[in-house]
Design a binder for this molecule. Structure first.
Ligand SMILES: CC(C)(COP(=O)(O)OP(=O)(O)OC[C@H]1O[C@@H](n2cnc3c(N)ncnc32)[C@H](O)[C@@H]1OP(=O)(O)O)[C@@H](O)C(=O)NCCC(=O)NCCS
Length: 339
């Protein structure tokens, strides 16, 4: 096995295909209910980042078995450097586990994060998978737990949903924007996001508050092959964005979409906006994305109001989704003690 730094932009198609097959073997082992990924825009997904961010990757490759065989990609690590933390992701093919490869990959990334002067490393860890024991063995500590829930669109009562979508207080109307909010709404949209309290989102994906950052983040999504859809609730009298919900359909797994932020501004709570915008979104997705069969969302366990609406829509809780972190210097010292 050889580990080396790897750039998805210049990687061969054979390497991208091999990484995809490892990713799908990992999903089949650890998250068998999740849809396998496709190669569509996978290179872009791995390569593209927000302005000011950097993602550095390494792969572990098996020895070639025949001339012309590039060697299977059996492991991968990447770290996204943003703000003052490095966000880590590690994958090891199920057939190559428990031989120290995962630990070796983390060490490569950790050394670099340390050299770059960052203080801590964060990672999303899926509950009930080997990753929990793995990160705990490396000294990572749990910071935050969310619940992932999945909605099966084949079991949805569409007539009931159509009623929910119109059950909104007088003085509001809903608007649907495939691809993201139009430019003349970006400012109002960013203002609503800046006010966020109830967020259907993980902490490792920072929300975009100011208009410039919001434009960048929409642009980055598109470059990574991820299509955003937005439903807004407008307050007719003031023109304000009273509520918004965002769903992203990734080209890599278009049968299962990701719910991003859902926000109802403080002054506009209690009018059924959360329920109505989410119901309208599902109705729109049904015609815009014929391949779509599931939507997944992440919620803080304490967010009872939002969990209640999600349950009414038919979401079923799936598993814990945890955020772990570790001090980089401590991690490097633990894995690579000075001799
Ligand atoms: C977590 C993962 C990277 C570990 O890779 P690995 O190569 O098996 O890890 P290592 O061999 O370096 O293990 C290091 C230590 O972690 C702990 N560990 C790893 N897997 C473990 C398991 N299944 N049970 C208990 N402890 C475990 C052990 O302490 C191990 O040391 P040991 O083997 O000497 O006892 C791998 O299981 C993986 O790719 N999981 C999927 C990760 C992921 O992000 N998935 C996202 C979609 S599900």
């Amino acid at each position: 096995m050889m580990v080396r730094e790897w750039d998805p932009r210049t990687a061969s198609s054979a390497e991208i295909a091999s990484l995809l097959s490892t990713l799908n073997a990992v999903l089949a082992a650890d998250l068998p209910q999740d849809p396998p990924w496709r190669e569509t825009s996978l290179r872009e997904y791995l390569a593209e980042v927000m302005p000011g961010e950097r993602r550095i990757s390494w792969i572990a490759q098996a020895e070639p078995t025949a001339p012309g065989d590039p060697g299977a990609v059996l492991g991968q690590v990447h770290v996204l450097l943003l703000g003052d933390i490095g966000v880590l992701e590690v994958l090891v093919h199920p057939s190559a586990r428990r031989s120290g490869l995962g630990r070796d990959l983390v060490l490569r990334a950790a050394r670099r994060v340390y050299q770059e002067g960052f203080q801590s490393i964060g990672v999303e860890v899926v509950g009930d998978t080997p990753a929990v024991a793995f990160y705990e063995s490396l000294g990572f500590a749990r910071e935050y737990v969310e619940t992932r829930s999945v909605l099966d669109l084949t079991a949805v009562d569409w007539a009931e949903l159509a009623e929910m979508a119109t059950g909104i207080g007088a003085g509001y109307h809903l608007e649907f924007f495939p691809g993201g909010p139009p430019d003349d709404l970006i400012e109002a949209y960013a203002r609503a996001k800046a006010e966020v309290r109830d967020v259907d989102d993980g902490e490792l994906r920072p929300s975009s508050y100011d208009p410039e950052r919001l434009r960048d983040s929409l642009d980055t999504l598109h470059r990574r092959g991820m299509k955003p859809y937005i439903v807004l609730a407008r307050h007719e009298q003031s023109g304000e964005v009273a509520g918004l919900t965002e769903v992203v359909v990734p080209a890599q797994h278009p049968t299962r979409a990701d719910q991003y932020d859902t926000i109802v501004a403080q002054d506009h709570r209690g009018y059924g906006i959360d329920r109505a915008i989410k119901a309208r979104m599902l109705l729109e997705l049904r015609s815009a994305e014929p391949e779509l069969i599931e939507v997944q969302t992440w919620n803080a366990q304490a967010n009872e109001a939002m969990l209640k609406v999600n349950a009414e829509l038919g979401y079923r809780s799936d598993r814990d989704w945890c955020e772990y972190s570790v001090d980089v210097a401590e991690l490097v010292h633990r894995l690579d003690p000075p001799r």
